[in-house]
Design a protein around this ligand. Structure first.
Ligand code: HEC
Length: 206
C-alpha cells in the first residue's frame, strides 16, 4: 500500500514538472488566441489599424485632408514659418479679413485686453506695464511705424525679443483683428472710442 502511494506521488511529481517544462518552453507562442476581436478591433479605429482598409486609398483608416484645407479659425497663416521669420511673414502673409468697422471695433477690444497694458491705448508704449517694463516701442515711430501686417501678425503669434508670444491667448482670426487695429495706431490714428475700453465681448470666430 505504502509502495503504491509512493509511486503515485512520484508519478504526479513527474507529471507536474513536465507541465512546468511545457509551460516554459512554449513562451514565444501564445497558443490559441481567444476571441481575437477583443484585441484587433473590427471597427475602423484610426490609431490601431490591423487590416488594410479597402475603402480608402492607401489602405489607411484616417485620410489626409484635401490639399489646401484650412482648419476653422486658422485662416491666413502659413504654419511653415518658424518663430524667427517675422520679416518673411511680413512679405508673405496678408490679412484675410475685410477691413470694416466691426472687425476694427473687435480688434480694439482685443488690443485693450492683450496689448495696451504694455503698448498703451494710443500705441505709444506708455501703458502702465510698459512704463516699468521698458523698451516697449511706439507703433508710430521709426521702423515699427512701417511694419507690414504679416510681420505684426507674426510678432503677436511668436513674440519678438523681450515680448512674449500671444499665440495661445488669441486665435488667428482674433490676431488679424488686432493687426487691423494696430495698423491704425501705426498711422497715429486713434479712433475716437479708443479711450473706452469697457466694451465687452467679441463675436465668436469659430
Ligand atoms: C508684456 C508687455 C507686452 C505685451 C503685453 C505686448 N507687447 Fe508687443 N512688445 C513688447 C516689447 C518689450 C517689445 C519690443 C521687443 C524687442 O524688440 O525686444 C514689443 C514689440 C512689439 C512690436 C514690434 C515688433 C518688431 O518687429 O520690432 C509689435 C508690432 C508688437 N509688440 C505688437 C504687440 C501686440 C499686437 C500685442 C498684443 C497682442 C503686444 N505687442 C503685447 C512688449 C509687449
Amino acid at each position: 500500500m505504502k509502495g503504491l502511494l509512493n509511486l503515485g506521488i512520484k508519478a504526479s511529481a513527474v507529471l507536474f514538472s513536465g507541465a512546468l517544462l511545457v509551460a516554459c518552453s512554449n513562451e514565444k507562442d501564445p497558443g490559441l488566441e481567444y476571441a481575437p476581436d477583443m484585441y484587433h478591433s473590427v471597427a475602423l479605429d484610426p490609431y490601431s489599424q490591423v487590416k488594410e482598409n479597402l475603402y480608402n486609398p492607401g489602405g489607411m483608416n484616417m485620410r489626409q485632408p484635401a490639399p489646401g484645407t484650412v482648419a476653422r479659425g486658422k485662416m491666413g497663416y502659413n504654419m511653415y514659418l518658424s518663430k524667427d521669420e517675422a520679416e518673411v511673414a511680413g512679405v508673405e502673409l496678408k490679412n484675410p479679413l475685410e477691413k470694416n468697422e466691426l472687425n476694427l471695433a473687435e480688434g480694439q477690444v482685443l488690443y485693450a485686453r492683450f496689448c495696451s497694458p504694455c503698448h498703451g491705448e494710443q500705441g505709444d508704449g506708455q501703458g502702465l506695464v510698459g512704463q516699468k517694463f521698458k523698451g516697449v516701442p511706439s507703433y508710430s515711430a521709426g521702423r515699427v511705424a512701417s511694419l507690414p501686417e504679416g510681420h505684426i501678425y507674426h510678432v503677436i503669434t511668436n513674440g519678438r525679443g523681450r515680448m512674449l508670444p500671444h499665440g495661445s491667448q488669441v486665435n488667428p482670426t482674433e490676431r488679424w483683428k488686432i493687426v487691423m487695429y494696430v495698423q491704425q495706431l501705426q498711422g497715429g490714428e486713434v479712433p475716437a472710442a479708443a479711450a473706452d475700453t469697457t466694451a465687452t465681448g467679441t463675436t465668436p470666430t469659430n
